[in-house]
Design a binder for this molecule. Sequence first.
Ligand SMILES: *Cc1c(COP(=O)(O)O)cnc(C)c1O
Length: 383
Amino acid sequence: MNSIYLDHAASTPVHPEVAQEMLKVMTGQYGNASSVHAFGRLAKRTVSGARDRIAKALSCHPDELVFTAGGTESDNLAIFGVLSATANTGKHIITSAIEHHAVLHACEELEKTGYRVTYLPVDSTGRVRVEDVKSALTEETVLITVMYANNEVGTVQPVREIGELARSRGVLFHVDAVQALGAVPISCHDLPVDLMSFSAHKINGPQGVGALYVRRGVHLGPRLHGGLQEKKRRAGTENIAGIAGFAKAVEIVTAQLEKRRDHDFELRQTFIRLLEQKLGEDSFIINGHPSEFLPHILNISFPETDTETFLMNLDMEGVAAASGSACTSGSIELSHVLQAMKLPQNVLRSAIRFSFGLGNTTEDMEYATEKIATILRRLRNRS
Ligand SMILES: *Cc1c(COP(=O)(O)O)cnc(C)c1O
């Protein structure tokens, strides 16, 4: 049986060149980057070399990057880190209802400690309105955190406009750019953003490593207490192989950005066209924004079905897709993103996220859409 991976928004295969670079580090370097001997100095050079390479690719200073264990830690470090450093200036945070749980659950935690959090609504395409950010701002606001692009529906947010607003009001702005990296050109210094989160495993790098961009002059308290690593902003022995692999992955996606975008866009269009041919245009609904979207994410509802059944059937046919929302012990919760978009119940309950990537081909789209058509026929006959 074929097995086709259409869940690149959840994680991606490691690029062969990334694996190669990691293997070299894992087998050849075992010193601790904090040690003063030659082995330690070699590890330290690997980390600082990786930092320079990522800084160059993302247009920031090397000292503005803090290596972390991934997107979740970067989001948490950004939010708790700046608040611990600005504790007495205000107790209000603005975020959106469609953030990743790494941001939403961090904000919920803050509410327990006396912070007030505004969860901005979105329109039916999943986009935050800058006007809403403006009216939510108060004298008490210390941080705005809004993602670059959503991981369930791919909608790109007006981060530049929000950033300009934040800057004009002297409020810090954090952006979760985990899905955007590799899909849109990212230049840290070109954006009015103070903190930005990245993760390696969403861009064909290894799982368990990422970075937080922290603009010079922004004070960040540590979340982990221990050694002096990362200029005391993130204690713990560096994951040198992961960091080296992350640098390689960032270099590759930056160099191949256009190619990747064209590739994913092409697959997306093919997928939609084939569904139209096989099912008819009225059999499915595309969720998200008609133009402001990441090409690798395609969220589709098949209104007469339900997400869980459909996903299980797809899995049996060798097609890996996702509900986009958290899957707790096998049962799927309704997506907070689609709920925030106020989609009708049947659309909400039948949404599937297909996300494309490097290894996918036109044949994969042919196979997957054929299986979708078969499953739909089967489910229809049953009901
Ligand atoms: C995957 C993802 C995260 C979490 O990153 P991890 O490296 O898996 O912890 C955060 N935000 C967004 C938008 C994501 O897609």
